[in-house]
Design a protein around this ligand. Structure first.
Ligand SMILES: NC(=O)c1ccc[n+]([C@@H]2O[C@H](COP(=O)([O-])OP(=O)(O)OC[C@H]3O[C@@H](n4cnc5c(N)ncnc54)[C@H](O)[C@@H]3O)[C@@H](O)[C@H]2O)c1
Ligand SMILES: N[C@@H](CCO)C(=O)O
Length: 812
């Protein structure tokens, strides 16, 4: 014997009922098929009853809707010649239903007993129609009325089943029945024959009773999802069905949104050791979830993640609670007297406070009852008024095997912490089957996805990027990300999603990631740019593994890093302003990154894509000490000084460097030496020296007045006018066989930058194009420095340096 149960969604339409036929045809026989009312009918029956009891004439419309749903179903399923007999019986039942509703309407009330009778027609009609349909399709199928088989007490609405009595009746009644018997779920009857209903999850319970009574080989619950999922798939799209789960785990997980099963109802089959599976009527090939009395040892430690929304916390606190027996008893007695369900309890061993999580709707009632009960202690200052917090939810890891593994709660809380999810309360019972955390409801989506990723997704980790600045560097970065997306997800399990983009005019967001083939068009059609609104959107979207990338040269954007870091959002930047601002600001940002455990990376601040800062960090981390740094750190100046021979005007070459993307957006920052000052300052700071920009000497080489011009055009004119000055500099150097280099030096705690003539054989002499070079002299590299050399400017190499920082941040 096998028992199949089809829920309301599986029998909602003629098409879905046809799907059940295919499943029943393929199943072994003998089989019992338990069905719910056609989807939506029970709600309509409840509505009609309430309307009738309220003497609202609209009950007739509800009844008409009920009638037409059933008659349409008959017409949709049965051939014309088979319809009259079935329609006749359906109409007869509908007439009785009408009489019952009419009665309620006339008296102006209903009772639980009448309500049960009315509700029973949902299942009675569906099972009869389906049995008729099956037999018309060549199955040897019959119908039995569950009211004759399931014996209950008279607790109408939630009747208790006399199981032994029921089992005997079932065995007797089914003896000699056809291979397939269709039965209504949810209903039973008292010994006197009065109709009753079985309460929440009633049809599952009916099916479990039939399976236990007949000693079935399996109970299959057919629904519209492919089993119990690792998390609610509506919140966590990557959630997947759990293959095998224990009864206890199913109980714990049953809290989660999509209520596939109400586990208490399946107790009879588990007691009888009958396996149960949850299957999808609309995807019958999917294996679904198998629930076993004990699935110990099989599969993972964490079986699923559940959550309970709309939770409030009550905290009772005060010095008068310490060491006084009976406080918690009174606390819970008050809640119990108010019939308030307690969902979660915590008390610290200091005994100074007691905290309970309850459903939000009960919060105000609970608080006033508790305040009243502890009024005396409050008046003496022994306890404080009850603290009430709402807007909370519980997220929980569930798994029988968790108790055998240390480190799971550590992993859970650090994953949540990394993503800025604040934990308000924690509970873990000694069974260790469930670790629960109370968090803000606004964090639930992020928390569930984070935990799912941590415990179930060995596959792909998403990185959610918010990119500010899409000029030379930013646009190259987007192109590189687009080209590399596939490789990263295939080879490194990283899914890069660009969720937000802004330039100084427009910004655009897409939670699932912008299409990088058309980001220009999307941005152009975006909303007006506003860095504060950008930040607010990042916070509102509240995505895990979020990264803010700054490709601007803007001071105000750099001024916003702190708020991102405080929100546990990593910051990657090629903008040098923050790290070369006042030392206090630099140190504050690094401190925030440490405090919030989130990366703050700026490798491209020095040497563009070259690994200069990373090399320096590794030297310092491994205990080396930096004595001296000698470097050429300006790609644009090196390009200009390498290209200038006195033949073409100096200013023309400056403009060329700008067009090549070597200079800052404002080339005066390069030509004045400020860019190089910033870079050597950052290297000095990373070496452990708290220098300020003003401490750095600058032997500039521009003609007088060039930097005083208020606008770029005036600056270019001054360079033009200063051509003889540049020629003289060039000639002086080359006359002695030397070359001009703009160098930077840090030595014994001091730093300076300036133009120098370097002779042949010098490390800087052969430096080509826009190359940079950095020589580190340290404890370990005393005579022969550690050298980093290569292209030190250009949008492409800079973008690749930012990209490397993004990956570094993503792998943390
Ligand atoms: N070019 C290089 O070789 C190189 C190397 C290392 C670092 N960098 C740094 O890269 C950064 C960008 O350089 P670029 O050449 O791409 O500049 P760019 O002028 O081409 O692009 C700057 C981008 O930032 C946007 N922007 C500016 N101010 C903004 C604001 N307040 N709000 C929003 N968006 C704003 C602009 O609209 C533009 O999209 C600079 O900080 C520079 O120091 C460049
Ligand atoms: N403008 C910078 C870009 C790299 O930071 C330079 O010329 O080196």
């Amino acid at each position: 014997m096998i028992v199949l149960k089809f829920g309301g969604t599986s029998v909602a339409t003629p098409e879905s009922i046809a799907s059940t036929l295919a499943i029943v045809k393929a199943t072994e026989t003998p089989a019992l098929v338990v069905v719910s009312a056609l989807g939506g009918i029970t709600d309509l029956l409840v509505k009609a009853t309430q309307q009738a009891a309220a003497q609202d004439e609209a009950w007739r419309e509800s009844l008409e809707a009920i009638e037409s749903r059933h008659l349409d179903t008959v017409r949709g399923l049965l051939p014309p010649q088979g319809q009259p007999a079935v329609v006749g019986k359906v109409k007869k039942d509908l007439n009785t239903l009408e009489t019952l509703l009419e009665g309620s309407f006339l008296i102006g009330e209903t009772t639980p007993k009448i309500q049960d009778k009315i509700l029973s027609y949902g299942e009675l009609l569906s099972s009869f129609i389906i049995a008729s349909y099956y037999s018309g399709q060549g199955l040897q199928a019959g119908f039995r009325d569950s009211r004759k088989l399931i014996r209950t007490d008279n607790t109408y609405g939630n009747a208790r089943v006399a199981e032994d009595n029921t089992y005997a009746l079932v065995r007797e009644a089914l003896d000699g029945s056809p291979p397939i018997v269709v039965l209504p779920g949810f209903i039973g009857a008292t010994p006197e024959g009065h109709t009753t209903t079985l309460g929440r999850g009633g049809s599952d319970y009916t099916a479990a009773l039939y399976a236990a009574a007949t000693g079935a080989s399996e109970l299959q619950i057919w629904t519209d999802v492919s089993g119990m999922y690792t998390a609610n798939p509506r919140v966590v799209p990557q959630a997947r069905p759990i293959a095998v789960i224990s009864y206890e785990e199913a109980m714990e997980l049953s809290h989660f949104g999509a209520k596939v099963l109400y586990p208490p109802t399946i107790r009879p089959v588990l007691q009888a050791g009958i396996p149960l599976s949850i299957r999808n009527t609309f995807d019958p090939k999917a294996p679904g979830t198998r629930i076993e009395a004990s699935a110990n040892g099989a599969g993972r430690t964490v079986r699923g993640i559940s959550y309970v929304p709309e939770i409030g916390l009550l905290s009772l606190e005060g010095p008068g609670m310490v060491g006084i027996p009976g406080v918690s008893r009174r606390f819970f007695e008050v809640l119990s007297a108010e019939r308030i369900n307690v969902v979660l309890i915590t008390q610290a061993s200091s005994e100074h406070s007691l905290c309970a999580g309850i459903h939000e709707k009960d919060l105000a009632r609970a608080a006033s009852a508790l305040d009243e009960a502890f009024a005396f202690e409050r008046s003496k200052g022994e306890v404080k008024p009850v603290l009430v917090e709402n807007g909370l939810s519980i997220v929980a890891l569930v798994g029988d095997q968790m108790k055998h593994h240390q480190g799971l709660s550590g992993k859970m809380f650090s994953a949540l912490g990394r993503n800025n999810v604040n934990i308000r309360a924690i509970a873990q019972g000694a069974s260790e089957r469930n670790i629960s955390a109370v968090i803000a409801s606004s964090d639930v989506k992020k928390a569930l996805n984070t935990l799912h990723e941590e415990f179930f997704e060995e596959r792909i980790k998403p990185l959610n990027l918010f990119i500010m600045g899409v000029g030379n560097v930013g646009s190259r970065l987007l192109a590189q990300i687009r080209n590399q997306q596939h490789y990263l997800s295939a080879q490194h399990r990283l899914q890069l999603r660009v969720v937000g983009i802004s330039n100084s005019r427009k910004m655009v967001f897409a939670e699932d990631g912008l299409d990088l083939d058309q980001w220009e068009r999307l941005l152009e059609n975006g909303i007006p740019a506003d860095p504060d609104a950008f930040y607010q959107t990042v916070r509102t979207l509240n995505l895990r593994n979020a990264l803010f990338v700054d490709n601007t040269a803007s001071e105000s954007i750099a001024g916003g890093y702190a708020r991102y870091l405080q929100g546990s959002i990593a910051v990657v930047t090629c903008n040098k302003i923050a790290c070369s601002a006042a030392y206090g600001e630099y140190a504050r940002l690094k401190g925030l990154a440490r405090t919030y455990g989130v990366p703050f990376l700026f490798e491209t601040n020095v040497g563009a894509g070259l690994p200069v800062i990373d090399t320096l960090k590794n030297l310092v981390l491994s205990g080396d000490r930096i004595h001296r740094i000698q470097a050429v750190l300006s790609g644009s100046l090196n390009y200009i000084l390498n290209t200038y021979t006195g033949e073409r005007p100096f200013v023309e070459i400056v403009k060329e460097a700008r067009e090549e993307g070597y200079t800052e957006p404002d080339p005066r920052i390069d030509l004045s030496g400020v860019d190089v000052m910033r870079k050597i300052l950052i290297l000095a700071r990373e070496s452990g020296h708290g220098l300020e920009l003003d401490d750095i000497g600058n032997r500039g080489f521009l003609p007088q007045g060039a930097l005083e011009a208020p606008a770029l055009e005036g600056f270019y004119e001054a360079l033009q006018a200063g051509e003889p000055h540049f020629q003289a500099l060039y000639n002086n150097a080359t006359r002695g066989g030397k070359l001009l280099r703009f160098v930077a030096e840090f030595n014994a705690g001091k730093a300076w930058v300036g133009l120098e003539e370097v002779p042949e054989g010098h490390d800087f002499f052969s430096l080509k194009g826009s190359d940079n070079i950095v020589l580190f002299y340290t404890d370990r590299y005393r005579e022969q420095p550690l050298v980093v050399k290569g292209a030190g400017a250009g949008a492409e190499v800079t973008a690749s340096g930012i990209f490397a920082d993004i990956i570094r941040a993503g792998k943390v």
